[in-house]
Design a protein around this ligand. Structure first.
Ligand SMILES: NC(=O)c1ccc[n+]([C@@H]2O[C@H](COP(=O)([O-])OP(=O)(O)OC[C@H]3O[C@@H](n4cnc5c(N)ncnc54)[C@H](O)[C@@H]3O)[C@@H](O)[C@H]2O)c1
Length: 386
């Protein structure tokens, strides 16, 4: 293992009814409520939040309409409200897009220049407003991590960035709040959280038996739970399992003591959804098995481990590459069985913009760690995905 420091300051309130803790976290303050397209008004979450805020006589300001793949223009709107109204705390009520947008507003509110300069690292992030979240969709882990992804639709860039200053101060996770998430969106969430675990798995650090087994167990749990959840979208038991799983999959626990894993396929997906605005989980379901097939040709070792320890594939009488290939196939087959897309053509994407997607993948240098990808490798993964 490598040396590491773990410090995750997010206080987690997990389980049914935990919204009652909101009034212990937010006092008589100016709160900016950030939310999306209105699902929270249909499923009762909005009412629960407002009732809690009223209990403590908070002054409520609102920023509705955060889009999936949140846009810089919406961040600007939030920053403006924070500055003009003197907001004390931001409350994100939604999925990863709403939380990521809120994180960007939090840093923009404390900066005199254009927040895009902070996201693109042209200026250092030195301060942020505090954030709380009420999660409504299990997928990204944003509720307990310092990461955010913002799309600049003008330049067609989708950029991941992070700062310890944007760890949510608290997050409320009530599985019943995810009952209304559609079948399709639930599938995307499952794929996204499994991808976070898988990308953490593809590290190059020696002597990591506990973290490896932890990740394998998380993946096996997802494989056992996901089909049952999709049969019964309002099962508290299955929603709670997937909600906790998606938080753990990307709250940095799985990176303890390793070199951080390989996030090459996430980088390609961000480039893809910057150009085509497709759902993040849908893009990953297509790209990740093709990334596996690409990297196993050079080094099948950890793909083989995944095949045997997660999918129970036997290695008897087979070469390492054969076992690894079966593993990649098993992952694709599992996601397909849930109803996830498997080809870019499922989104009507052909090779027309392939060079642009490759350019966007390399917007920051260094793509991949288990295998460092060059333009040719990214092209190969995209062509395999067509
Ligand atoms: N910050 C991170 O660590 C991180 C990690 C991975 C991905 N991301 C980013 O997060 C974004 C995706 O977030 P997401 O997958 O959570 O989805 P999302 O937040 O984009 O939401 C997807 C859709 O689900 C709807 N929805 C949310 N909660 C609902 C509910 N309870 N009932 C019904 N509908 C509901 C939303 O309105 C939206 O239409 C992408 O931009 C992706 O790049 C961030």
């Amino acid at each position: 293992m490598n040396i590491f420091t773990q410090h995750n300051p997010t206080k987690l309130y997990f389980g049914k009814g935990q919204i009652s803790q909101l009034s212990t976290e937010v006092r008589q303050m100016k709160v900016l409520l950030v939310y999306g397209g209105g699902s929270i008004k249909q499923n009762g979450v909005y009412e629960d939040v407002i009732n809690e805020l009223k209990k403590v006589e908070a002054t409520i300001f609102k920023l509705p309409g955060v889009e999936p793949n949140p846009r810089l223009t919406t961040v600007y709107r939030g920053v403006e409200i924070c500055k003009s109204e003197g907001i004390d705390i931001l409350l994100a009520v939604g999925g990863g897009s709403v939380i990521d947008c809120t994180k960007a507003i939090a840093i923009g509110a404390k900066y005199d220049g254009d927040v895009w300069e902070l996201i693109t690292r042209k200026a250092p992030i030195e301060s942020a407003l505090p954030i709380g979240t009420v999660l409504t969709l299990a997928a990204t882990g944003s509720e307990m991590n310092p990461i955010s992804v913002i799309s600049n639709w003008e330049t067609k860039d989708k950029l991941g960035w992070g700062s310890p200053l944007v760890f949510p101060r608290f997050s409320i996770l009530d599985p019943t709040y995810t009952f209304s998430v559609s079948h399709k969106q639930t599938v995307y969430g499952i794929v996204d959280s499994m991808s976070h675990a898988l990308e953490s798995y593809f590290h190059r650090t020696k002597n990591t038996p506990l973290i490896d087994a932890f990740i394998e167990s998380l993946l096996r749990t997802a494989i056992q739970t996901a089909p049952k959840l999709l049969e019964d979208l309002t099962s508290y038991d299955h929603r709670e399992t997937m909600m906790y799983l998606s938080t753990i999959a990307f709250n940095e626990t799985l990176l303890n003591g390793t070199d951080g894993g390989d996030w090459g396929s996430h980088r390609i997906e961000h480039a893809l959804s910057a150009v085509y605005d497709i759902p993040h989980g849908g893009g990953l379901a297509i790209l990740f098995p093709n990334w596996l097939e690409h990297v196993l040709e050079e080094d099948p070792s950890r793909v083989k481990m995944l095949a045997m320890n997660v999918f129970g594939i036997s290695d008897e009488g087979k070469s390492d590459i054969e076992v690894a290939k079966e593993g990649a196939k098993a992952l694709r087959a599992f996601w397909n069985s849930l109803g996830a897309p498997s080809r870019l053509s499922d989104y009507d994407i052909d090779d027309r913009d392939i060079e642009l997607i490759i350019d966007k993948t390399f917007i920051k240098p260094g793509v991949g760690l288990y295998k460092e990808l060059d333009r040719e490798s990214v092209r190969d993964i995209l062509i395999r995905s067509m």
